[in-house]
Design a protein around this ligand. Structure first.
Ligand code: HEC
Length: 139
């Protein structure tokens, strides 16, 4: 019985596959989360250690090329992937990214635990992406 419970918990928490969070930008867009006040600092804190355009393939610690989050344009090239890997919302709570081990300098060797976003930050990420992708951009 006890084992069955533990097994259920393990399956519920540990497994899972990247799933769209189903987050929708409120209409009208409240405009509270922006690239400057949220997206950029979030990416720099958690993601650009591996996902940046200036880190060559050999130093990305496995992060796929063309997933570069050191610019708004880069983020908006794979918004669904970001939502499915790191966002949280009504349909899913995704914590696949960042992974467990991180470099202490961008592109360096894996030497420490990655800082992990809070649940609230993951919800804000999904919310920001949902809104930002619909805003007008000049690029
Ligand atoms: C330590 C380096 C590292 C950090 C930091 C990191 N990633 Fe990754 N990322 C990877 C690796 C390695 C893969 C490939 C993993 C795989 O395919 O299973 C990956 C894959 C991805 C993918 C592509 C998945 C796909 O194939 O569609 C996305 C999107 C992504 N990461 C987003 C993020 C976001 C957002 C952050 C910050 C919250 C982040 N990553 C932080 C290493 C990293």
């Amino acid at each position: 019985m006890r084992h069955a419970l533990i097994l259920t918990l393990l399956v519920a928490c540990g497994g899972g596959t990247p799933t769209p969070t189903g987050t929708v930008c409120p209409d009208p867009d409240p405009g509270t989360l922006t690239y400057d006040n949220f997206g950029k600092p979030f990416m720099e804190k958690y993601c650009t250690w591996c996902h940046a355009a200036d880190i060559p393939r050999s130093q990305r610690n496995g992060a796929p090329i063309y997933h570069d989050y050191d610019s708004l344009l880069g983020v908006l090239e794979t918004p669904d992937h970001i939502d499915e890997q790191a966002g949280s919302g009504p349909d899913a709570s995704n914590d696949f990214m960042p992974p467990g081990r991180c470099p202490s300098v961008a592109g360096g060797s894996l030497s420490k635990s990655c800082a992990q976003p809070t649940e609230e930050e993951r919800q804000q990420l999904a919310q920001w992406i949902a809104c930002e992708r619909n805003r007008p951009h000049t690029f």
